[in-house]
Design a protein. Structure first.
Length: 220
């Protein structure tokens, strides 16, 4: 198989999907990296359930502020006009439909856009939290993840075997090999990573992929 993209390139591709002026929530893992790669000249407002609105990219070494972290516990840079509030208000923004885009990781995504990202049954424990609110409350949900799990099994499946976080909520999947659109008609392969063919992407995808007429190579 061809070489897969690294986590930074996945985040860079996702950043292109954030529209100007959008209120954006970034989940734990690959999604937290998205704030590092916003296209020049574009402005979005990042939101965290922990009670921060309008924060900047990740802080570098020596810039850390213990009171300014994201959902993954990573240090953030402050920006002019940023706001702080309690987590109840942070969740109220999500539940009130004020988040334009939520970027989350996933254990599995089904062909219908069902999202499973809160529990691995083999471990017998999960983390119930903001993901469920975001799956239901965000206007658009983008999943950023590796295409297969550590054992090489497909994470894009016909039907989720793991407990569902939110049904039919995912609209776009960006992985280390492809960009896939989710619609009522099914999954459409929009872009492939450099060196990958649609056939090779399908071989590591359980769900059926329709290939877009204007299929293109992922750009960054």
């Amino acid at each position: 198989m061809p070489e897969r993209l690294d986590r930074e390139l996945i985040a860079m591709r996702v950043a292109q999907e954030l529209p100007e002026g959008a209120y954006v929530n970034l989940g734990i893992g690959i999604p937290t990296l998205v704030s590092q790669f916003l296209p020049p000249g574009r402005t979005v407002v990042y939101h965290s359930e922990s009670g921060v609105l309008g924060y900047g990219p990740l802080a570098g070494q020596g810039q850390e502020d213990i009171d300014l972290i994201n959902a993954g516990g990573q240090f953030l840079l402050p920006t002019p006009g940023m706001a702080f509030f309690n987590s109840a208000e942070g969740f109220a923004m999500v539940r009130g439909g004020h988040i334009d885009v939520a970027v989350m990781g996933a254990f599995q995504v089904s062909e219908k856009g069902d999202l499973a990202n809160w529990m691995l049954p083999a471990r017998g424990v999960g983390n119930i939290g903001g993901a469920m609110d975001l799956a239901a409350g965000a206007r658009r949900v983008i999943v950023a993840m590796e295409h297969t799990d550590p054992q090489g099994k497909p994470k894009i499946v016909r039907r989720c075997a793991y407990p569902i976080t939110g049904p039919g909520c995912v609209s776009l999947i960006v992985t280390d090999v492809a960009v896939i659109e989710v619609s009522p008609a099914g999954l459409t392969l929009l872009e492939v990573a450099p060196g990958w063919s649609p056939r090779e992407v399908q071989e590591i995808t359980e769900a059926h992929l329709s290939v877009a007429r204007d299929l293109r190579e992922m750009g960054f």
